[in-house]
Design a protein around this ligand. Structure first.
Ligand code: FES
Ligand code: FES
Length: 273
């Protein structure tokens, strides 16, 4: 198809737009960089941009490989040496990078989740030197020479951490997005209670000594920074109580057995027609 044929059917405005774009030096459009950005900007700003984009073979232009090899340049670079799940790591990174992004993007430890990225949901909770922190609000550079534990570091020798086992037993998750943060928070919470650290609901803060016993109220208060949009809270509390006390807490759910599954008369009837 000739250029003339391609232009047939265009309005005067579209023709003017197209000739304006073609008048630019387009010989370097296949390169990434300023000219590509200008080109895209022109197409986006114009009302007839999509049509011109198609005529110009824009898809192929965008798909062209970069002629320059990609080299990462790090602004404000710092070198970070720390331990992650027991392994020594040394990284060069931007001093403004958060611990969460460092774990997920530099170390491919994607168990810690990014929920709000504003310190409000707890999905990103990890432990630094045994204390729980919100990794989205923690600068990686501040963890120099410290030890970070993420959800990936809790299981040992192929055995789940007791808190992970308890979450499974008590069905403490539904979609599971908040679960890594919930479990890290719960593990650190046990040490806090053991060390006698008070919470907002601890009675007699000044006189209490020794380990704090974790009532349901204490657990709920101490876990209140971890939001679960699926609402698995009662089961999470049961899981934490079980690990804290070392005594089995009754499971409040179970799978149907084969008998129940085959005997549908046991199931409640739905009379809504
Ligand atoms: S992602 Fe860190 S608190 Fe929500
Ligand atoms: S299990 Fe879905 S957000 Fe908690």
């Amino acid at each position: 198809m000739t250029e003339e044929n391609q232009n047939e059917g265009l309005t005067e405005d579209e023709k003017a737009l197209l000739s304006e774009i073609l008048s630019e030096d387009s010989s370097n459009l296949s390169e990434f960089g300023e000219s590509r950005r200008n080109f895209l900007k022109q197409l986006t700003m114009a009302g007839g941009g999509i049509l011109a984009f198609e005529l110009f073979g824009g898809q192929e232009l965008l798909a062209s490989p970069a002629t320059q090899p990609f080299t990462e340049s790090i602004e404000n670079a710092v070198t970070l040496s720390f331990k992650v799940n027991g392994a020594k790591k040394s990284l060069s990174l931007d001093s403004r990078m958060t611990l969460l992004d460092t774990l997920r993007e530099k170390l491919q430890l994607t168990g810690s989740k990014k929920g709000c990225d504003h310190g409000q949901c707890g999905a990103c909770t990890v432990m630094v030197d045994g204390k729980r922190v919100l990794s989205c609000l923690t600068l990686a550079a501040s963890c120099t020479d410290k030890s970070v534990t993420t959800i990936e570091g809790l299981a040992k020798d192929g055995e789940l951490h007791p808190m992970q086992t308890a979450f499974l037993k008590h069905d403490g998750f539904q979609c599971g997005y908040c679960t890594p943060g919930q479990i890290c928070s719960a593990v650190a919470l046990l040490s806090e209670a053991k060390n006698g650290e008070a919470s907002y609901v601890t009675a007699n803060v000044q006189t209490s000594k020794g380990a704090v016993s974790l009532s349901e109220e204490e657990i709920r208060e101490r876990m209140s920074g971890n939001i679960c949009r699926c609402g698995a809270y009662p089961n999470i509390v049961d899981a934490i109580r079980e690990v804290h006390t070392g005594k089995g807490v009754a499971q409040n759910w179970q799978f149907v057995d084969d008998n129940q599954a085959s005997n549908t008369s046991d199931l409640p009837k739905n009379d809504n027609k």
